[in-house]
Design a binder for this molecule. Sequence first.
Ligand code: ARG
Length: 462
Amino acid sequence: MVKAWSDRFSNGLNPAIQRFNASIFFDITLLEEDLDGSIAHAEMLGECEVISQDETKKLVDGLERIRAEASEGKFKVSVVDEDVHFAVERRLIELVGSVGKKLHTGRSRNDQVGTDIRLWLRRRIDELDLSLERLQVALLVQSENHLDTLIPGYTHLQRAQPLSLAHHLLSYIEMLQRDRERLLDVRKRVNISPLGAAALAGTSIPIDRRSTAKSLGFAKIYLNSLDAVSDRDFAVEFTAAISLVMAHLSRLAEEVIFWASDEFSFVRLTDRCATGSSLMPQKKNPDVPELVRGKCGRVFGHLQGLLTMIKGLPLAYNKDFQEDKEALFDTVITVKTSLEAMSILFEEGLEFCSERLASAVRSDFSNATDVADYLVAKGVPFREAYQKVGRLVKDSLEQGILLKDLSFEQWQKIDASINEDIFEKLAPKQVVASRISEGGTGFDRVQEQLVYWRDHIDSLKD
Ligand code: ARG
């Protein structure tokens, strides 16, 4: 057994403290990246002639053997290893003998763990970009199928103006695009190499930090070794960006939940994504969006946890940093599975009830603005038109009728400039079609958005 600590220590750790101190049971997640970082480090030591080519080869072969063992489930670790870095070094020495003891030359676990977590996060960001894109595409397909489907638009959750359903869904595509942009921006701050900063001050060993940075695909290196081992800004930034992803998913989830209720009945959940009740045989529950909505809490919590973790920490490395891992791991798994679940929901988990949506937009006062706009076109000042229509809505509500039920004579009494074409103007399809300002819900404008996203969803990395 390789001892982790120097001969300064003569007594073993209290077992409870050993467990408390250990991160091996969660940071084993970083194994691939720890091996990648160690291989780059070993090769650089060879290039810089700190170790011989033969020693480099033995180290690299040994590290690759550990990778192979892990893929076969044969790489066993225990609390004695403390963390993934010690576990790899211990196994390397078991496999290649005392040359394995040269791997840690000119390196500390402080710059090593910083390298591992950045490599890991960079990969996860690239995967999450694809997960976000999948949901965008699912929403785009629904949007393309529902350009002509109308849905009530709400403000304050009160009926406001009717919309093209595509327009409603496309707004989420745009939010998700910002999420992707934010993540790619965070990636720039993740993609900086701390390797070679050693414990905190750099090293007297003649290493080449730019060589390891290059072979690991980092865009640049930290200029200051203290900052290199102490920076966890990127973890906070990442979790903040993901918090916004989760907030966006939660808003969409909330809409699906009420759309699926009997009160709205705007969507039907298919059997692929809905769950039953153990007691009430009639129930079909929207568990998927409810879980997504519920999972926001843990990600927001991790953001708070990470901010609190770094606050007040003196330079340079502090063990507090070990707490970054579970927060990041859980954030990634939570957002990844939530994005996947929401994608499946829109791919095969729900159907919009077009009939019910059509009757919803026919039976309200959401065309009231259009009467006011109609009068404006006839030369009535907007505020005056607004007051006239307000009175009209009040009278209609008292009579229990809708604007479309008013007779031509009644319209004429409201304003002599009103013609027969008012009836056509009030039809929900016409109301939607008339919103022709750029970015509005008019069908031609929505069609422009559809074309834009067909071309652009995949284009961020170009
Ligand atoms: N397991 C540690 C972590 O996750 C690795 C770095 C430990 N460094 C140290 N000086 N104790 O942060």
